[in-house]
Design a protein around this ligand. Structure first.
Ligand SMILES: [Zn+2]
Length: 120
């Protein structure tokens, strides 16, 4: 038996931690039993170039994220947008980082951000 607060181990039969006055539990929760981390969608984009940029940016900032709908690499043209999901507690930071980029996000593309033709 363990106290969930101070993690003291007690012999079988003890029902309450002497120090913390809380009911004992059979096993201490394992770290992997923690509730799943929540992710929220930050942006979605049809632009594969954006994804690469976003990845390197978030990797550098050590932000936890994943991108859903990334199967487009196998399917050819995007059928549905790739959605960037960032851990909830880091979403705000990710948004600020992404705001510094010139990306063609879904819905905010102006159509005027084509790079100038290359000079040879
Ligand atoms: Zn205790």
């Amino acid at each position: 038996m363990f106290c969930p607060v101070c993690k003291s181990e007690y012999v079988e039969g003890v029902k309450e931690c002497h120090d913390c006055r809380v009911p004992l539990v059979k096993e201490l929760p394992h770290p992997e039993d923690q509730p799943p981390v929540e992710f929220e969608e930050v942006i979605s984009t049809y632009n594969q170039g954006d994804i690469a940029t976003i990845r390197s940016l978030l990797d550098n900032a050590e932000i936890d994220y994943f991108i859903s709908g990334e199967m487009f690499n196998l399917l050819g043209p995007l059928i549905q947008p790739a959605r960037l999901k960032v851990r909830k507690d880091q979403a705000e930071r990710a948004r600020k980082l992404l705001a510094t980029l010139d990306l063609t996000f879904l819905g905010v593309s102006t159509g005027e951000d084509e790079p100038p033709p290359k000079q040879s």
